[in-house]
Design a protein around this ligand. Sequence first.
Ligand code: FUL
Length: 497
Amino acid sequence: MKKYGLSAIGNQLKTQTYPLWILIGTVFFPLLLFAQSPAPYGALPSERQLKWHETEFYGLVHFTPTTFENKEWGYGDASPSIFNFKKFHAKQLAKTAKAAGMKALIFVAKHHDGFALWPTTTSSYNIAYSPYKKGKGDLVKELSDAARKQGLKFGVYCSPWDRHDPDYGSPRYLETYRKQLEELYTHYGPLFMSWHDGANGGSGFYGGARETRSIDNTRYYDWENTWKITRQLQAEAAIFSDVGPDVRWVGNEEGHAADTSWATFTPRPPKGLHVAVPGQSNYTESPGGTRQGDFWMPAECDVPLRKGWFYHPGEKPKTAQELFDLYLKSVGHGAALDLGLAPTTEGRLHAEDVRELRQLGKTLRRVFRKNLAQKAEIKASNTRTGDFSATYLTANQPGKYWATEDNERESTLFISFSRPTSFDLIKLEEYIPLGQRVAHFQIEIQEKGEWITIAKGASIGAKRLIKLPRLTNTERVRITLRAPVSLTLQSIGLYRS
Ligand code: FUL
């Protein structure tokens, strides 16, 4: 279901020949409502980005011959013969991801070691030259099929840095890389994301040269034109890199965005460079983004489930509790959580990983099952004329939201329960098709007739989750919001964690 419900309006406008009254009802009436909605503010998300926002939590699957070498970065010299899953348990992986609460999987189809996990025509360094399924395997296909069977979206990561390719560093390699993207985009779509890391150049095998190659990554990959291929072949895929264009790297691999994290960002090249590209940008500012930034470019928080991105027998997975905390600091800060999953040399997730992931899923389902605010009455100090009622805040109706009149830039929502209610987790969501508007929020509860502030902050965006240090018990809550323009809010949730 579409949460933001914009294309529903668009589709209604594609009318053919209808009787006049249907035309008035279906075209002009919604248009009238739309016309009354608040004017958009600042940089706005595209349809593609809105869909990405709804994905929220997904997995990033890493394995190659590097798994069998027990390394993090393969040098590019491992023989394909060492890649030998007896069986790849794609279903176990996809099922576990689903049980954990993930809505998609991204597969590292080629990591820095250059080994392609699909039978690419661009290089013989690929799965067809390994013993896996006697050279007939295609792991991108297996995983994408398994993901879709579980109702998960699918995306790909194809490393631009290739430590195996003899041509790496020359223009010929760029052709190879683009061809690899084309193959992935053509055979394994629809893709929800195309992921591009910023690790570039350095030592490697490079067809036996065993040397260090550095490239000018402000020019070498010619991202502007490379990403045109993505747009052409997978128009729905959100492009991720340090500098977007659709989704920005959060600037750390620890799984959290800053407490105040804006969905807008202005990428800037570091001193002395002319262009911001993956690996060369102001990514130290990425955790918080840029208030009123030039682009809608929300953050993705990537973090491995274990210490490394590849499986290492000596490491342990993070606990479900730690993962839940990261969820609050990523998804709950308007960003997404991209959790690294690494199968063992047996081609399956380790039982300890499965245990923690399943437990995380249980926690998420338990916590968010019941929105206590649905039992309350919500009134607003100001409500815009038209279809912008505060009752939408708990109605879960796509495309519906509460909004204030144009000159109302500070407004309070009063939530009243008929009896004292306990909660320790608050959810706020803006109606982001109209931009990130709120710049300040304050949440208070009434205790013995006194209003006590229990939380304050700046950014909300797609989602803000606020975990309180203890359970509150109150009949009255009030939420005050401030913005440089009129306010919008799509939903309020109160939960017991
Ligand atoms: C980084 C890579 O260098 C790591 O190996 C891993 O793939 C991570 C997700 O992205 O840029």
